[in-house]
Write a protein that binds this ligand. Structure first.
Ligand code: FE2
Ligand code: FE2
Length: 135
């Protein structure tokens, strides 16, 4: 069973962004599968790298739209993105240095963070983005 599944409650009503969230959830599931399947360090490292890069790409896409549409919550939202990027990057460094392993605790942190962020933070820009013509 996948760790996370996308559902309509997570929709921000913009297909491009919903698709990016689905991809992000898919990457977290890949990491979870790699951990559960006892994959080697290299597989986990590259999956983690893919997740880290895609997270940055996705956050930049949201930030670009928030700026373009003069969304008032931009700065507070970006701070949350920056904190998460730092956390993932720190984790990546610790993992690569062998100081930390993948754990269910970490997987649950990723799951909870992404779910809460989409539900509580991303969904707040939904009306602004839809009004600006994104669909
Ligand atoms: Fe997002
Ligand atoms: Fe966001």
């Amino acid at each position: 069973m996948p760790l996370m599944t996308w559902n309509d409650e997570l929709s921000v009503k913009v297909k491009e962004i919903d698709d990016q969230h689905k991809k992000l959830i898919g990457l977290i599931n890949c990491l979870h599968d790699a951990m559960k399947g006892g994959q080697g360090k290299q597989v986990m490292e590259s999956t983690l790298q893919e997740l880290a890069s895609y997270t940055v790409y996705h956050f930049q896409a949201e930030e670009k739209y928030m700026q373009k549409f003069s969304y008032p919550g931009y700065h507070a939202h970006k701070l949350k993105h920056d904190a998460f990027v730092k956390k993932v990057s720190d984790f990546q460094k610790d993992f690569e240095a062998g100081r930390l392993g993948l754990s269910l605790e970490l997987m649950n942190f990723l799951k909870e963070w992404v779910t809460t962020h989409i539900m509580d933070t991303d969904r707040q820009y939904s009306a602004t983005f839809v009004k600006a013509g994104l669909k």
